[in-house]
Design a protein around this ligand. Structure first.
Ligand code: SAM
Length: 415
């Protein structure tokens, strides 16, 4: 196909396949916006960190920060211990692939057009504003938590030859407990919701269950044929360095061993996608303890390569503690009605696929669900769930202690 066809496909889908490499570029804002009808995710609030296009000279160059340079050179002075060597080996295996993927992005005929499209919407959209957000983590802990309600204001669909001045629309209002309860938007349109005087936008056909890990068993379906075929998990891993303070509470690794992955799995099986950090200790834990405890068979690794608004990597590939990429480990969990052999018969996953995007806010992951769909076992329209979610997606169930975080109206604009 001509580059222009690919470009227009990208403008619709937010996904751009890069040729000559196992990589794809995505614009998370465009991908997310396919879940919305009346609202749009605002690009400037999404790309709050790595789109300092206006001031390229100020972009932080890690080696120009004296503190960091000191740390880095300290590392170089002593030889690597066993774990660091193993991590370095993994890293060195990935480097050529990541470089090749990055090259194919920079070399793509549509690259300048893609970046300028992203830039144009970024520059035209408003800055983050609108008062202080609620801390769902804190509110969920207080004794009144079970008493808090969220109000969903559904607007009936527009009839033909009606204009959208709001008056012709018949509203339906639902008031539901916001914590420890499955809150569902079963309409094909996004819905505005209110909670303690703040507004939230719930994408079409989406739902959330907001609770602490202690209540996660409540989302296990009563019958496994209503289980999930795609389970994306981004756990609050401890980062091991006291220097790096997290914006959310973290949990020790052993807490994740008891996640009911098997019980969440659909009768027809599930693809499990787990975000991990680049720490060797964690990778060992996942491979040797966590996946086996969940009954998940490891299949392949997917890399998320992070670029800035100008397409350059967010940090040097050689930096030990600040890699410009993260890994998503993929594995299969068998459903009750499957024998272990049947999974290998379909949907081979390409190993070491690379997804390139401009990162959003701290530790926000790109929406990779759609790219995984072709590898999902079981029923045709896959049932999808995200664990430890901070946002919602059309067609998905979001569970975590703050799945409404990025649904705050401040992250949206009206169309
Ligand atoms: N994938 C998310 C995104 O792209 O924005 C980021 C998830 S973040 C790594 C982990 C999430 O787990 C945070 O929202 C954190 O508040 C939540 N979390 C931490 N402790 C939890 C607990 N005990 N129960 C439920 N969620 C918890």
């Amino acid at each position: 196909p001509k580059p222009s066809d690919e470009l227009s496909r990208f403008l619709d889908s937010g996904i751009y396949e890069l040729h000559n490499s196992n990589a794809v570029f995505i614009d998370p804002v465009r991908v997310l916006n396919r879940s919305y009808t009346r609202f749009r995710v605002s690009p400037s609030t999404y790309y709050s960190r790595f789109f300092e296009y206006e001031h390229p000279a100020q972009e932080s160059n890690p080696s120009s920060n004296p503190k960091k340079r000191k740390r880095k050179s300290k590392k170089k002075d002593r030889s690597l211990n066993e774990k660091e060597q193993a991590a370095e080996k993994r890293h060195q295996e990935a480097v050529p692939l990541l470089l090749k993927a990055h090259e194919s992005l920079l070399g793509a005929a549509d690259f300048p057009a893609i970046m300028s499209k992203i830039r144009s919407v970024f520059c035209s959209s408003a800055e983050l504003s609108g008062g202080e957000e609620h801390s769902f983590i804190e509110l969920g802990k207080v004794w009144q938590a079970p008493l808090y309600d969220i109000t969903l204001d559904f607007k009936s669909s527009l009839l033909e030859n009606e204009t959208d001045n709001g008056e012709n629309r018949i509203n339906e209002r639902r008031v539901l407990p916001i914590f420890h309860n499955l809150v569902v938007n079963d309409k094909p349109e996004d819905v505005e919701a209110e909670f303690l005087k703040r507004h939230y936008i719930l994408p079409r056909l989406s739902c959330f269950y907001m609770s602490d890990l202690g209540q996660i068993r409540n989302i296990v379906p009563a019958a496994s044929e209503s289980g999930f075929n795609l389970i994306v998990i981004d756990p609050p891993w401890e980062n091991g360095s006291a220097r790096q303070k997290s914006v959310y509470p973290t949990l020790p690794n052993r807490y994740f061993l008891s996640l009911p992955i098997k019980q969440l799995t659909h009768t027809g099986g599930a693809l499990v996608a787990l975000w991990v950090t680049n720490r060797e200790k964690l990778r060992n834990f996942v491979e040797k303890e966590l996946f086996p405890a969940w009954g998940v068979r490891y299949i392949s690794t997917l890399y998320w390569l992070k670029v800035k608004g100008d397409g350059s990597l967010i940090s040097d590939l050689g930096l030990f503690h600040h890699r410009p990429y993260e890994c998503l480990l993929l594995g299969y969990c068998n459903g009750n009605e499957m024998d272990s052999g049947c999974l290998s018969e379909f949907m081979p996953i390409k190993d070491k696929r690379i997804i390139i995007s401009i990162p959003g806010g701290y530790s926000r992951k790109p929406p990779i669900g759609e790219l995984l769909l072709e590898h999902v076992p079981g029923v045709k329209s896959a049932r999808c769930i995200e664990l430890f979610a901070r946002e919602m997606l059309g067609g998905w169930v979001s569970w975590g202690n703050e799945p409404l975080h990025f649904q705050d109206l401040r992250y949206f604009e009206t169309v």
